[in-house]
Design a protein around this ligand. Structure first.
Ligand SMILES: [Zn+2]
Length: 335
């Protein structure tokens, strides 16, 4: 409701006015994929930018902002100096092969150095994210196939406290904690995630990452295997975060340490944010343009899933920032 209202109001206000009123010295834009290219049918339904739309975004940003290098973020530990022109940085989450194949060439065309946040468990296609496993199984199974293995299906689900309905709907009930159930189910149906990844690699390979690093792109951790942090306690969140940051730094011998929270960072506690900063120079969330507890935790904007032109998205984000600042005071609250 509020979102729609803000979009509506933002539509009639000029971009330059909103940008001036909000006066954000630096903003971040985060991307994942390119529309229509992902092998996961479910994920493919998400609204991403086409290659042309991504180029249009970058052209808009280069015209209205100073696109900065991640170097500036690392050296200032997030306290990026303001200049006449507001600044913007670009990041990409999830370490997808599509990013190497389709997004890097576009970034290079515009001479933009972005940060890529990766999950060590998936690099080189060693494993597949549990939600992608769910999507794959849903695509391969139906009620008839499930009926053939009814007893095993029931046993497996009951073991993790899910009352089975013997339809693919059951797969949506599987939480991160019980993700190994998905491997058991694949075996029951003689399906193999390893074969799938071999035929259709989803993630970046070490060779691709090395090439990207050599080309001046930056890398950071994004948790080991992309759990929903809401399902983890603080200690588990910290372990997931720090292990992934250290893995990326050690594996590639990086002189900096960066981290982006998987999924949503709005409920992440102060305690976790501070502990992560004992290792990471800078961390990143996905909370639009909000002021944070510390400049070392930087919010980012997701525009690709809005399906709207970048100018409209940014106008909405500026207005949301102004609105929330007016309602709640300046800083984003964390427990
Ligand atoms: Zn992610």
């Amino acid at each position: 409701m509020l979102k729609e209202l803000l979009y509506h109001i933002a539509r009639i206000l000029p971009f330059a006015l909103l940008r001036k009123m909000a006066n954000r010295p630096v903003i971040g834009i985060n991307y994942h994929s390119i529309m229509g290219l992902d092998v996961d049918a479910e994920i493919n339904k998400n609204v991403y930018r086409t290659k042309e739309e991504l180029e249009a975004d970058l052209q808009f940003l280069q015209k209205h902002y100073e696109v900065i290098s991640p170097k500036e973020i690392i050296e200032s530990k997030g306290a990026v100096k303001s200049s006449k022109q507001p600044k913007v940085f670009i990041t990409l989450d999830d370490g997808l092969a599509i990013q190497y194949q389709h997004i890097v060439p576009i970034l290079s065309k515009y001479n933009i150095k972005a940060i890529f946040f990766i999950n060590p468990d998936f690099v080189d296609n060693k494993d597949l994210h549990y939600k992608r496993k769910v999507n794959y199984l849903i695509g391969m199974l139906n009620a008839e196939k499930i009926k053939d293995v009814e007893q095993q299906w029931g046993q497996i689900f009951k073991m993790v406290g899910i009352e089975p309905s013997y339809t693919t709907e059951d797969l949506y009930q599987i939480k991160y904690e019980y993700r190994t159930v998905l491997d058991q189910l694949a075996e029951v149906f003689q399906l193999s995630f390893t074969d799938l990844l071999e035929q259709q690699p989803v993630y970046l390979s070490s060779v691709q990452i090395k090439e990207m690093l050599d080309d001046g792109f930056y890398f950071g951790g994004h948790s080991m295997d992309h759990p929903n942090f809401k399902e983890l306690n603080d200690d588990q969140q910290i372990a997931q975060s720090l292990t992934s940051i250290r893995w990326v730094v050690d594996r590639w011998n990086l002189p900096y340490a960066l981290f982006a929270y998987p999924m949503n960072d709005q409920k992440i506690s102060k305690n976790v944010i501070n502990r992560v900063h004992q290792v990471a120079d800078v961390s990143f969330g996905i909370n639009g343009m909000m002021d944070e507890l510390t400049p070392r935790h930087m919010p980012r904007i997701t525009i690709e899933q809005s399906g709207k032109p970048i100018k409209q998205c940014l106008k909405y984000e500026y207005l949301r920032y102004l609105f929330l600042r007016l309602m709640n005071g300046k800083t984003y609250q964390r427990n």
